[in-house]
Design a protein around this ligand. Sequence first.
Ligand SMILES: [Zn+2]
Length: 362
Amino acid sequence: MTQLTHLVLAAVVAGTPITNAPAHSPEPVPPPPSVRTMAPVKVVATLPIYASIAQEIGGAEVEATWVADPNEDSHFVRPKPSYALQLRNADLFITTGLDLEMWVPALLDKAGNRDVLEGGRGYVTAYTGVTLLDIPVAADRSAGDVHIFGNPHLHTDPLRTLQVARNIATGLKRVAPDRSARFDAGLAGFQDRVHRRLFGNALVDLLGGPTLEQMALNGTLFNFLDTQVMEGRPLAESLGGWLGEARPLRGLRIICYHKNWTYFEDRFGVECADYVEAKPGIPPTPRHVAHLIDLMRGEGIDVLLAASYFDSGRVTTVAERGEATPVIVPMYNGARPGLDDYFDLVDLWVGSLVAASSHSLH
Ligand SMILES: [Zn+2]
């Protein structure tokens, strides 16, 4: 069904005049039928993570698909021609909006769908309203750096991902305003899930998710929890969820492969002391690897974190030579069976890091 047919159908079922009929019709207006009688909003996302969030927000009102394979490096995707066709018929397109998906302009060109071009009503940038980090002082791609507008790997922080979800909901409401209530409810559900999984039920029930989110974003949460006492016990003991589980990671120095983890570091307090890639997108030289091994052995840094789409042989070799444990994890849902949504993904990241670091902490 084309966009136009959607609109007409939406107008008809909503009882809205679609011609120049008088605004006050003498005919009684029938109540609008269920939104289920309308076609789902067709969403194409660059990354599987954005598609799964759109699906969770929209439920049966959304049909979301994605372009990048969950096991490939999202910087370097070669979209199949079939994706241009899907995008041609899409109502909504979701992309990060920085320079992560440099393959998007060519794809949009082939699709020829004006509604989903930048500035169109069906174009959503995930980064809108997200506080970016790693913004270079001088943007220079000549050295191969692939993050010239700031770090584009937004979804490694659950709270930045929540802002991404808000942007997606705004886009859905823009293209299907008649279903706004459904999308608002879907977003509220997603937000509550993120709050509860991040902070744990006890703190959310006590203080409310939005208050906790605000404190986490402005950097006051941990000081607050450490200085408040409730019923004779430090409030920090009530912290659950991913932040509670990841408490042993705070202040821990690790080596990371690529600058995928900047926002994860910001949220969970772990620190990538150095990277296997000397610059984002630049494969390591033997000299740089030698430097890393010295660093790991010299400082006792014993975890090396890498996305699973990098050469796992190289990751393991560097880790072994530095006497560190390699933690190789997918970046996207769908990369492995059982890794179905965002929550599975963060569970895996936090759980794997805590497990790998626990031997060094005891
Ligand atoms: Zn990157």
